[in-house]
Design a protein around this ligand. Structure first.
Ligand code: ARG
Ligand code: GLU
Length: 689
């Protein structure tokens, strides 16, 4: 008895019911959190946050495109999101004559707003739990295959009666808590969304990749769009006759500002988290996967940077590629470091000890061992797969050969693929990366996981340098004219090309040697997690469990707060224009601000102009562009990043280090006024004070 009490106390000490500020909650269940939100300062009700009976804050939040969030800020459908979320659209409208990426874009009237083919915004109309309907007809004695087919048929039946493409209504049934529960999500999708404003990149991407995932931050990461609808306010294809969408609800903007300790609430669509995995998975991510991917990307980034610093044209060619390689590279470093610092493997192991003891007498006995055995089986294969994607698949010439071949066999024009490739291709970078990553593959891969084809080739060439010389000399894919001349009848020629040959040999190896095991074991792991999730909920009946992120709408609440990233360092949570001027340097691309901003600053009086702020909200990729809301439900910021020291929040939230980074809404207003001179937009906004 005494032992049990000691255990229970230890459990409480090690695993508080929930760490402060942790959680991304389902809006439909917000009544379960509202008291806690109010205790932390929130002054609205659950019905104000989410309601299907009246307009609520959720009606002012959208899924922007497929991977970001946005918010409606006027009765005429004006919308805010991040600059990096609207980047593709801004780029599409840019040309040498009017480079909106570089110089910014500001519509001065509604007629000047620019339509964007393919861009949609989705409003969540409602969500509801449908577990009973989805599992109707299922018996525990049935096989997994039978369960799958019941889930598929029932889900299709539920969505079928709701979906209505003419009205823009989309519906999906999503499995939450590893398919222990199912929820229906119904969206209304608007497809005429126009660009209204974007700051120059030197503001919208200020700090570039140097400051990405970092504090102190000074990025004006916003862009402005407007939703258009047919005359009946319903979704419609683009037409000059469309009219601004009249929302059910839009955000009031607060200019009162933020200070340390203020309540904050982020309403948006986080993409993917794994909060309930075992110590096996955390160890794999933090000690195997992240470190190996970081090392491989460091090789590539160093090579890219070397050539980029020597030649302005190469710098432009590789800036976007370099940015995307570096974004995850930096995030993984914070994640691995954060998991190690917090001792997440050890604390999960500790938790699993208690779980094991508890499960000895119930149906979950042995579950953790089963999961461990599955990881043991999966990991060597998965590691090889990740090595393959970060080496062979990063050699540009090989992927290009595959893309050309795919276009030819599908009857699509090769010219498009070729133009896009050669515009941003610098062969010396690719050649050097070829040797670097294949050398890593050769040295780091367990011989059992090296394709025989690779071993034979390397032996025949004698060295990777010799292989490289032959590959890039012989492949037709280095020569634009030869690629443009290819037709459907040349498939034989492609099949004999050394670039395609290598691409395909590795792909066949992956398909035959890795993929079947990975697919099978991953399915088994997910099934085991369905049990483990359920078991954790039974084991800790008093703990509130939020489902892992899956790009559905969530509420995260916390407060404005600084943090201490290391000994003797404390970061305060608000950055200002003064900091931009301190960083300003015309010779450093990432810190070269527009002259107009220097001039305004020189006029004086703008030292304290707020730019960004930190808070403790639990966010993830996909929360970019999310509204940051104060205690009164007013818009105070736009979420756009996290600090790198806290990116392990995708697996384990650490209240001391996990901070989201938001643009202060007052900097958006400042830039619209002083840089864009687009103050006509203020007339339709509603301000709190
Ligand atoms: N780190 C942010 C995210 O994960 C911003 C990325 C865009 N900005 C950049 N400098 N690459 O999406
Ligand atoms: N920049 C990220 C996005 O695009 C948000 C940062 C994060 O929290 O991962 O969603």
């Amino acid at each position: 008895m005494k032992r049990i009490i000691v255990c229970a106390l230890a459990l409480l000490a090690f695993f508080p019911v929930l760490r402060a500020d942790e959680g991304m909650w389902l809006p439909v269940l917000i009544s379960q959190r509202i008291e806690d939100m109010q205790a932390h300062g929130f002054r609205l009700t659950a019905e104000d946050v989410y309601s299907v009976n009246q307009a609520s804050l959720k009606d002012a939040v959208v899924l922007f495109g497929g991977g970001c969030t946005g918010e409606v800020v006027s009765r005429d459908g004006l919308l805010f999101t991040n600059h990096h979320c609207g980047y593709g659209q801004i780029q599409q409208h840019s040309s040498v004559e009017h480079d909106y990426l570089k110089d910014g874009f500001w519509a001065m009237s509604r007629e000047e707003e620019l339509p964007n083919r393919g861009l949609t915004v989705s409003f969540l109309q409602r969500m509801e739990e449908v577990t009973a309907q989805v599992l109707k007809g299922y018996e525990p004695s049935m096989s997994e295959a039978q369960r799958d087919s019941i889930v598929r048929v029932n889900s299709a039946a539920i969505t079928k009666s709701i979906v209505n493409p003419d009205k823009g209504i989309r519906a999906n049934v999503e499995a939450l808590y590893y398919a222990n529960q199912y929820f229906l999500f119904v969206y209304k999708v608007y497809r005429d969304v126009r660009l209204v404003g974007a700051p120059p990149s030197s503001i919208g991407k200020f700090g570039g990749d140097t400051d990405n995932w970092m504090w102190p931050r000074h990025t004006g990461d916003f862009s402005i769009f407007r939703i258009y609808a047919g005359k009946d306010n319903e979704p419609a294809d683009y037409s000059p006759d469309n009219v601004p969408y009249q929302p059910k609800r839009f955000f009031t903007i607060s200019r009162a500002g933020v200070k340390e300790g203020d309540f904050t609430f982020v309403y948006g669509c986080p993409g993917s988290t794994k909060e309930y995995v075992t110590s096996d998975e955390v160890r794999y991510v933090g000690e195997v996967s992240d470190p190996q991917k970081i090392a491989l990307r460091t090789l590539r980034l160093d090579i890219q940077k070397k050539y980029m610093s020597q030649d302005q044209a190469v710098r432009i060619q590789y800036s976007s590629k370099n940015a995307s390689v570096s974004n995850a590279w930096k995030k993984w470093q914070g994640e691995a470091k954060g998991l190690a610092r917090r001792g997440t493997v050890a604390s999960k192991k500790e938790f699993e000890r208690y779980f094991r003891a508890w499960s000895r007498t119930n149906q979950y006995d042995g579950l953790l061992d089963r999961i461990s055995a599955l990881y043991e089986k999966r990991n060597p294969y998965y590691r090889a797969y990740e090595y393959y994607t970060e080496t062979v698949r990063t050699i540009e010439l090989l992927s290009f050969a595959s893309n050309v071949r795919t276009a030819l066999t599908a009857g699509r024009p090769v010219a498009d693929v070729a133009e896009r490739f050669f515009k941003d291709y610098f062969q010396p970078i690719d050649e050097e990366i070829f040797v670097a990553v294949m050398d890593a593959f050769d040295k780091q891969m367990d011989p059992a996981f090296k394709p025989a084809w690779f071993k034979d080739k390397l032996a025949a060439y004698g060295s990777l340098a010799a292989w490289r010389d032959d590959l890039y000399a012989r492949s037709l894919f280095t020569d634009k004219a030869r690629v443009l001349a290819l037709t459907k009848d040349d498939l034989k020629k492609i099949d004999a090309d050394p670039a395609w040959e290598m691409y395909d040999a590795f792909y066949q190896w992956y398909r035959a040697d890795l993929q079947p095991v990975i697919t099978e074991v991953t399915r088994d792991i997910n099934l085991a997690y369905r049990e483990y999730m359920k078991a954790q909920m039974e084991f800790q009946p008093d703990k509130a469990f939020y489902p892992d992120a899956n790009m559905t709408l969530r509420v995260a609440y916390g407060k404005v707060a600084g943090y201490s990233p290391s000994d003797a360092v404390y970061y305060s949570p608000v950055s200002t224009l003064k900091g931009i001027i301190e960083k300003d340097d015309p010779n450093i691309f990432d810190y070269d601000i527009p002259q107009a901003l220097r001039d305004i600053y020189a006029e004086g009086g703008h030292d304290d102009q707020p730019v960004c702020f930190l808070a403790t909200n639990h966010t993830s990729g996909g929360n970019s562009g999310s509204p940051v809301i104060n205690a009164d439900g007013h818009l105070i910021g736009i979420n756009f990043d996290r600090v790198w020291e806290g990116t392990m929040s995708d697996l384990a939230f650490d209240p001391d280090f996990c901070r989201n980074i938001s643009l202060d809404i007052r900097y958006l207003l400042f830039v619209v006024e002083h840089i864009g001179h687009a103050t006509w937009l203020f007339d339709e906004m509603r301000f709190a004070e």
